[in-house]
Design a protein around this ligand. Structure first.
Ligand code: SF4
Length: 316
């Protein structure tokens, strides 16, 4: 089902064939999933723009587990932009090298950005992505991240992870402007901090190159195009990732079939998800019952024990 507001808000027709109509529910489900559990990076606990900026600059080309101690050490050494601006640039570069953070220019730029904050902005960070881009070494992605995470004032972040999520969930075509438009459309207005964290977490722990839809309890399984169709390719995943079996694909087909019919008895559902379904065969009622029971355990479907046998429907 397409979003009736989509065209009005600037989405060209066909850009987002699967954008759901119940976007508020889609948003809430993701934010709830994120808030229930997420990786606890220390910079997620701060809203200090300087601390966020340091984490973003360090994370650009360095693995996050290496960034965690470097970030803490850096802020011990230079806790504020004033401290960093007053530092000797050579010391900042030496710190960068000693922590294997790569590209020493980023240390120089960070130092220069601190000087700008102190010299040009009176020690106060600007709060909008456009103004933040004026800082040395701060490109559109970093500016938007700082605006979001420090000031809750950013646009939707679009990186490789986010593109993969949007492509799989909403069948967004592999086109940068389509990704930008859909990402902005899906983000709840004024919620860039939690939203960008949540989408990036989804791309990082659930919707990776090999997706972990069920294991990670992805909140979008009931609406996800890839989950329904079994096609998990993405712009950065051109080949179908291999799974532990095809069970995931059959689960997806059950969800899709039940999206088309209010409810189905097992023997009505079976032939809709596999052509070789035979009630008493290897892939028959017993196999299907196991599949739908798993889906029921995950809260995706409900099974009613009718007089003529179990009837399956999507969970409320
Ligand atoms: S259901 Fe799977 S493929 Fe779809 S968004 Fe979630 S993790 Fe990604």
């Amino acid at each position: 089902m397409t979003d009736p507001d989509a065209t009005a808000e600037g989405l060209a027709e066909g850009d987002a064939p699967e954008l759901p109509a119940d976007l508020d529910a889609v948003r809430e489900a993701l934010v709830e999933w994120y808030e229930a559990d997420h990786r606890d990076f220390p910079w997620r606990r701060t809203e200090e723009p300087y601390e966020v900026l340091v984490s973003e600059v360090m994370s650009q080309q360095t693995q996050l587990d290496r960034v965690v101690p470097a970030w803490a050490d850096f802020l011990d050494e230079w806790p504020t932009t004033a401290d960093l601006a007053a530092a000797d640039r050579g010391d900042v570069v030496a710190f960068w090298s000693a922590h294997s953070l790569g590209y020493n220019n980023r240390a120089k730029y960070l130092h220069e950005a601190a000087e700008q904050i102190e010299g040009d902005y009176g020690g106060e960070f600007p709060e909008s992505p456009d103004e933040l881009e004026e800082l040395m070494g701060v490109g559109p992605y970093t500016a938007n991240a700082v605006a979001s995470f420090a000031f809750n004032n950013g646009d939707a972040v679009v990186d490789t992870n986010v593109k993969r999520v949007l492509h799989r969930a909403f069948a967004v075509p592999d086109d940068d402007s389509a990704f930008e438009r859909v990402a902005s459309r899906v983000m709840p207005a004024g919620e860039s901090r939690v939203w960008n964290n949540a989408v990036m977490e989804l791309g990082g722990v659930a919707c990776g190159t090999t997706p972990r839809c069920d294991e990670a309890g992805c909140p979008w399984r009931g609406r996800c195009h890839a989950y329904e169709t079994g096609d998990f390719t993405a712009p950065d995943v051109p080949e179908q990732p291999s799974f532990e079996g095809s069970r995931r694909q059959f689960r997806g087909r059950v969800v899709r079939a039940l999206g088309e019919y209010d409810e189905l008895a097992l023997d009505e559902l079976g032939p809709r998800i596999r052509v070789d379904y035979a009630p008493d065969g290897e892939y028959g009622r017993e196999w299907l019952r196991g599949l739908v029971d798993d889906l029921a355990d995950d809260g995706l479907v409900a099974v009613d024990e009718g007089a003529d046998g179990p009837v399956v429907r999507l969970a409320d």
